[in-house]
Design a protein around this ligand. Structure first.
Ligand code: PMP
Length: 361
């Protein structure tokens, strides 16, 4: 029997057991090739099949329209912070950023290096407990783009509805909630996500880009940092992270087997509810960080009444086998990340642990 832990890591995070087992079974002899996926040429037919299957599964699961391209890049979501303004912040234009946490701040900081940027809204004053109201976003129809972070991994907030930006390309960092719920891709000009939460292992960054956006891209930038290079070469301009893309394809296959995004979204709601209910019924023993309306279904952040009690909580949680429930090192507190591959049973066990801990303290 395999000992699988209750993994609440924020990323890299839990992967479906069946995917790991399949990868293990195929590891030394991938589908009759006598090689592992890692040993295949990225120009071989066997690898090409893996590559294109991952793309087609993502297209199907997210209902990505035909006028979009799916890219598998490297450099993490962090490199997207730079590539986006490099490619799309044209001189004479401004780009606007909605500030909802540390990752928005990092994206904003990079964009500043390439041109004029401003904040369309910020909830920093409020310790990033909320997502701004759509009516509070201030941006201009002539802006190069508007950038948002759909789920704030560190503070535990999530956009529930997305703005209608009309002529302004909407760009979203969906690193920590892509594939967790249905989205209308056609609202976005570009979506990006590091794979290491809902999609697969780290090392692959998924970019979904409206082809029309490429027509407005700056040209005087390094080849590897141009989106058009990767669009024109099916993400095979250079050697892609082949094993990560294989794993991504298998994780997408697992989502399909589970019944697709609708079913996954329903489960994610049920899982998060288990833990939020304990927080809400604890009479202030557990203090949720996010405002109720802005709560993330992926990262559940909370505090206890003192640092001392928090320490005790975290150490007992660890002893009970719950991994990764400490908050991000920048803000402390507690955080349970309940991504797609975290089973209902793990969330149930954790919520029961929380109830027991309160009883005894
Ligand atoms: N954006 C968000 C919302 C994230 O959660 C993270 C990583 N946790 C990043 C960006 C940075 O991603 P990467 O480490 O892939 O560069």
């Amino acid at each position: 029997d395999i000992q699988r832990t209750y993994n609440f890591n924020a990323g890299p995070s839990a992967l479906p057991l069946s995917v790991l087992e399949k990868a293990q079974a195929e590891l030394v002899n991938f589908r009759g090739t006598g090689m592992s996926v890692m040993e295949l040429s990225h120009r071989s037919a066997a690898y090409e099949e893996v590559h294109n299957l991952a793309k087609s599964r993502l297209k199907e699961l997210l209902s990505i329209p035909d006028d979009y391209e799916i890219l598998f890049l490297q450099g993490g979501a962090s490199l997207q912070f730079s590539m986006i303004p490099m490619n799309f912040l044209q001189s004479g234009k401004k780009a606007s950023y909605v500030m909802t946490g540390s990752w928005s701040e990092k994206a904003f900081k990079e964009a500043k290096l390439f041109g004029e940027v401003y904040q369309a809204a910020s909830t920093k004053e409020d310790k990033y407990r909320t997502i701004p109201k759509l009516s509070d976003l201030i941006f201009d129809q002539s802006d190069a783009y508007l950038h948002i972070t759909s789920n704030n991994t560190i503070y535990g907030t999530q956009w529930k509805v997305f703005p209608d930006t009309e002529n302004v390309p909407l760009i979203a960092d969906m690193s920590s909630d892509i594939l967790s719920r249905p989205i209308d891709v056609s609202k976005f000009a570009l979506i990006y996500a590091g794979a290491q939460k809902n999609l697969g292992p780290s090392g692959v960054t998924v970019v979904i880009i409206r082809k029309e956006l490429l027509e407005q891209a700056n040209t005087n930038i390094p080849t590897m940092l141009k989106y058009s290079t990767h669009v024109n070469n099916n993400s095979l301009y250079n050697t892609p992270p082949t094993f990560g893309i294989y794993m991504l394809g298998e994780v997408l296959g697992w989502v399909q087997e589970q019944g697709g995004i609708q079913e996954i979204a329903k489960r994610n709601e049920e899982k998060a509810k288990l833990i939020y209910d304990v927080i809400d019924q604890s009479n202030g023993f557990y203090i949720g960080h996010a405002d109720t309306d802005s709560r993330s279904l992926m990262n559940i952040t909370f505090n206890l009444q003192s640092e001392e009690l928090e320490k005790k909580f975290l150490s007992e949680a660890k002893k009970e086998g719950f991994v990764g429930v400490n908050g991000h090192r920048s803000i402390g507190g507690c955080r349970a990340s309940t991504y797609n591959a975290v089973p209902y049973e793990a969330c149930k066990a954790f919520s029961e642990f929380m109830v027991q801990f309160q009883k005894h303290n």
